[in-house]
Design a protein around this ligand. Sequence first.
Ligand SMILES: NC(=O)c1ccc(NCc2ccccc2)nc1
Length: 250
Amino acid sequence: MWIGVVSLFPDMFDALTQQGVVGRAVEKQRIALEFWNPRDYATDRHRSVDDRPYGGGPGMLMKVDTLRAAIFAARERAQQATGLVPTVIYLSPQGRKLDQQGVQALASAGPLVVVAGRYEGIDERVVESDIDEEWSIGDYVLSGGELPAMVLIDAAARLIPGVLGHQDSAVEDSFNDGLLDCPHYTRPEIIDGRQVPDVLLSGNHAAIKRWRLKQSLGRTWQRRPDLLEGRPLDAEQRKLLNEFIEEHAL
Ligand SMILES: NC(=O)c1ccc(NCc2ccccc2)nc1
């Protein structure tokens, strides 16, 4: 997967590229991550990258000419590297809310150019002419689009085949098949008097698989019933959920 990043603070992305799952994926070249800094396109003496908003008001916007030059350079490189036209993504609180389905769509959308805004954002005409999709990681405002960009890149990278050591774990992750994850346990068998559920020590893999699905369904019902609204349950799942509800009826 090829991802270009337009950011005034490319070093922030070391948090993603220097370690962990994504770091290894970059090292193994399953992901190509390249950076373009608008400041490199500044031509004035002060190398300015921000500009004042028309109509006044507090704060600044990203300077149009340096931002566009960086976006164009990243887009050009994407086509040269992959032969495909990239999808240009902009992270902002005004974007479409990112969820696992959105991540899956982005992870299979071919090359991406991710634009991380700073200040109060970017000129609306640049959004209209150069941005394909605007996305938000949640209803809160951060000091820049870099952390949202890293969230998006990390979530998408985990879905690239071969990136996760154990491919199944991406599938069993929370929000896969739209359910919350089941509880997990590891050594020791007893912590402060709390034991591991017997079924997980039984070695009966069919019963374990059934128990885990039942817990996922039950927890989703308890904590995020909204996720069940858009999700039909087959007969087995309905049976397991009903069992869970009966066991947890107050
Ligand atoms: N919720 C998000 O995904 C998000 C994205 C960016 C951001 N801050 C940078 C910025 C501020 C205002 C306008 C455009 C970009 N904060 C939160």
